[in-house]
Design a protein around this ligand. Structure first.
Ligand code: GDP
Length: 309
């Protein structure tokens, strides 16, 4: 399956909601009355495209309609172009250090999909011929350690873990040593994300990153915030908080397969000025896809009869 097909399948809920609504509005009111434009606005906002982008799409639709002398405007194409334009072409993919060890830290709140994403990334790197190692630095949840070990067995990727309750920084330290000894190319660090003590969570992350950096200058080379895409734009305040505590290099938005709020990705990326590097479109190892603005915009708005093009 090509990237576009994967995006389209994964983003089906957001796509269906948007396209279905837009079609319904246009069928009833092809001449786009004020009321129809309001409905259109509500449909766009409903998929969490955010106020700014929605306003711009509506303005562009209105302009197209007027410049065409009241002819039916191609609303879906206009929306697609605007979304694509808004998704700044930032650097995606992992920045790997050639000939050395790259350390990637995955941060985010519990349940956002960090552990699963670490495993998916390991799988991806393996397929690309790189040697990954996983580090279970979420020592706060025994289940997280077990979950990562299971993934490691399934994917045949080494997992460095400490005891439940161990100092995450100590596990991180050991993981760098182990990864180097194995001549691994990428160390993927799964971190804790419990919410009830935010301050200590952030301090713990800072300490972990400090220790990684002391052992390997420049580490962690990538700090990726894993966000649950089904929370839509609500993920933003969480993201800001993490970004203040541990400077992020990019975002991974998960669970886009289960939500109709996939439009949120545009606002989140724009607001934080950080690239969305990957998106999660399911629970299987190959359900993590590199983010591509153009394919994303097409997957949201393109109608089935245009799929081949
Ligand atoms: P963590 O607490 O941040 O480590 O989150 P987990 O990796 O344990 O994920 C929480 C749940 O979300 C698990 O049941 C995962 O299978 C599920 N999950 C993670 N990513 C995705 C995704 O892209 N799509 C779907 N549908 N589920 C996902």
């Amino acid at each position: 399956m090509g990237l576009f097909e994967r995006f389209k399948t994964g983003l089906q809920k957001t796509h269906q909601r948007l396209v279905h609504e837009v079609r319904r509005i246009l069928t009833r009111s092809p001449r786009l009355t004020g009321e129809a434009l309001e409905e259109l606005e509500a449909a766009l906002l409903g998929s969490d495209l955010g106020l700014t982008l929605t306003d711009e799409i509506i303005a562009a639709v209105r302009q197209a309609y007027e410049s065409q002398g009241g002819q039916e405007a191609d609303v879906l194409r206009i929306a697609r172009d605007q979304v694509e334009r808004h998704l700044v072409k930032l650097d995606t993919g992992l920045g790997l250090i050639s000939g050395g060890l790259t350390v990637v830290s995955l941060v985010g709140v519990n349940g956002s999909g960090k552990t699963t994403t670490a495993a998916k990334l390991a799988h991806r790197l393996q397929l690309q011929g790189h040697a990954p190692v996983l580090a279970a630095c979420d020592t706060f949840r025994a289940a997280a350690i077990e979950q990562l070990k299971l993934w490691g067995q399934r994917l045949e990727v080494p997992v460095i873990a400490g005891a439940y309750g161990a100092d995450p920084a100590a596990v991180g330290h050991d993981a760098v040593t182990a990864a180097r000894a194995r001549k691994a190319e990428v160390l993927l660090v799964d971190t804790a994300g419990r919410l009830h003590t935010k301050k200590s969570l952030m301090q713990e992350l800072q300490k972990l990153h400090r220790v990684l950096g002391r052992q390997l200058p420049g580490a962690p080379h990538e700090v990726l915030l894993v966000l649950d895409g089904s929370t839509g734009l609500n993920a933003l305040s969480q993201a800001r908080e993490f970004h203040r505590a541990v400077p992020l290099t990019g975002l991974i938005v998960t669970k886009l397969d289960g939500t109709s709020k996939g439009g949120a990705i545009v606002g989140i990326q724009r607001e934080l000025g950080l690239p969305v590097k990957f998106i999660g479109l399911g629970e299987q190892p190959d359900d993590l896809q590199p983010f591509d603005a153009r394919e994303f915009a097409r997957a949201l708005f393109e109608e089935p009869q245009h799929d081949g093009g």
